[in-house]
Write a protein that binds this ligand. Structure first.
Ligand code: ZN
Length: 491
């Protein structure tokens, strides 16, 4: 007798295949059977009229510390996410002192737990499991900060050796790859050679290089070429993070950047991208306002385009654009940015910097999987992508706008992601696979958060299972925490 049978749901198995009506039986933490399941079960769920899919894999998160300080991870589970890949954009979880610099920006009011190295971080997660599974990337920026501070030069031999030791420790602990954030301090001071040398440590292991590229504005194409070149020279797969063209003058260039990805694939390289389904981005203001200007690597922006998301010291600025703040202060938007940063260097912001057409072009392309890039600062007004990314792709883009078929949308957030990131026995509904599952209403599923009111949970998620345990029931997280650490298997 099976522990649970979900009966007669419309099954999107994560492979991209058209849906079929099927029963799915779960025993313990695994899927036992798919198809017609005769006989009784200890529990049954009526799946009629509902869609059943593998749990969504959020390949682009900054939940390294959130997984420990908000361990129920309700903000992810409520949107159907069962696995988060942490450590993106060069921000890793170790060494701890360097990692804590970023973590204090994301979680200014929370005492941060401590650990030794990536192995210590993963052990800590295993001792206090979060609600979702966690796979991790080693952060290049964090390694560089620990090895050589914010020096604006190439590393010395000793500094390079120190960085390599940090990356090697993370890979040995089971990291899925190495990430870079080449717009941020200190990642932006690294030349391609440095990244090639570090990525070469992963050659042959299947671990990948994920990159927040040097410039997503006017120099988008050069940045994509650099990312592909690093992968080619190091002999590792490449993941372009949050693929976009940022700032009006760059709009439309995603057509060419996608061609560069196609050319790399034709050459036999493993190059893909992820995307969040919004025309606004979100980052730290210090990366947007530099040298007295609101432009550069995030594209040309006006004071209207930049809206404060979270600031510990001046909540009255949250939800206001730099132009609005400047008007109140009696100064320009640039001067307002300078004053805001002087008051709170860790302030995060929204950037209304993309075109809807580009978002659709990138999403439609077969190289694109889904990653929220959610900033898990639950105070303030975080970008609604933290909550709504997956429901929005399914409800708005697949169902309402018919940008692609529902099975294709599900594939981009499950089986495709698992294959690229080396998450074995995840991402597909198959006998023997882990029972990470989402049961949703395909007619009702939709994101509900807005920029004004971002924390509204998506609608239409009926049940979520993480390793066979019921983590969301009728749209509400149960508080059950059965997430596991997903290590890259060796060889
Ligand atoms: Zn990024």
């Amino acid at each position: 007798m099976h522990d649970l049978v979900i009966r007669e749901a419309t099954l999107y198995d994560g492979s991209g295949a058209p849906p079929v009506c099927a029963d799915v039986a779960i025993d313990g933490d695994r899927i036992a059977r798919v198809g017609a399941v005769p006989g009784g079960a200890r529990a049954t769920l009526d799946g009629r009229g509902l869609a059943l899919a593998p749990g969504f894999i959020d390949v682009h998160t900054h939940d390294d510390f959130a997984a420990l300080v908000y361990p129920d991870m309700a903000f992810k589970l409520a949107g159907g996410v069962t696995t988060c890949v942490v450590g993106n954009c060069g921000f890793g979880a170790a060494p701890h002192a360097a990692a804590a610099v970023m973590a204090r920006t994301l979680h200014p009011k929370i005492a941060l737990p401590e650990w030794q190295g990536y192995a210590g971080y993963l052990r800590r997660l295993e001792a206090q499991p979060p609600g979702v599974n966690i796979g991790l990337l080693v952060g290049h920026g964090t390694a560089r900060l620990a090895a050589m501070g914010t020096e604006r030069r190439a590393p010395t031999g000793a500094e390079m050796a120190a960085m390599k030791a940090i990356v090697a420790e993370g890979l040995e602990a089971g990291a899925l790859g190495l990430s870079s954030g080449l717009v941020y301090d200190p990642g932006r001071f690294a030349a391609a050679e440095e990244l090639v040398e570090l990525c070469a440590l992963m050659r042959g292991s299947g671990a990948l290089y994920a990159t927040h590229m040097r410039d997503e504005g006017a120099a988008l194409l050069d940045s994509v070429r650099e990312a592909i070149d690093i992968g080619r020279r190091a002999g590792v797969p490449v993941q372009i993070s949050h693929h976009k063209a940022s700032g009006r003058t760059a709009w439309g260039r995603v057509k060419e950047s996608l061609k560069l990805i196609e050319a790399a694939q034709a050459e036999g390289l493993s190059v893909h991208a992820d995307q969040y389904p919004y025309t606004a981005g979100s980052t730290i203001l210090s990366a947007v306002y530099r040298d007295g200007r609101l432009r550069g690597v995030v594209g040309d922006l006006t004071g209207e385009d930049v809206v404060i998301a979270s600031t510990e010291s001046h909540p009255e600025w949250e939800g206001r654009s730099l132009t609005q703040i400047g008007t109140r202060m009696g100064c320009s938007a640039e001067q307002a940015a300078q004053r805001v940063l002087a008051a709170d260097h860790g302030v995060t912001c929204l950037l209304h910097a993309m075109s809807e057409e580009d978002v659709r072009t990138v999403m439609h392309h077969p190289s694109t999987m889904i990653g929220s890039d959610g900033i898990p600062t639950l105070e303030g007004k975080p970008h609604p992508r933290l909550y709504g990314t997956f429901a929005r792709v399914l409800g708005r883009y697949a169902r309402d706008e018919r940008l692609f078929a529902m099975e294709e949308a599900v594939h981009r957030m499950t089986g495709f992601a698992a294959a690229k990131f080396g998450l074995r026995e995840r991402g597909l509904v198959r006998p023997g696979a882990f029972a990470d599952l989402v049961l949703f209403d395909p007619v009702r599923i939709i994101d509900r958060g807005t920029f004004e009111d971002p924390k509204r949970l998506p609608e239409g998620i009926r049940a979520v299972f993480v390793n066979g345990a019921l983590a969301v029931e009728d749209g509400t997280p149960t508080g059950v925490r059965t997430g596991r650490v997903l290590r890259r298997s060796r060889g």
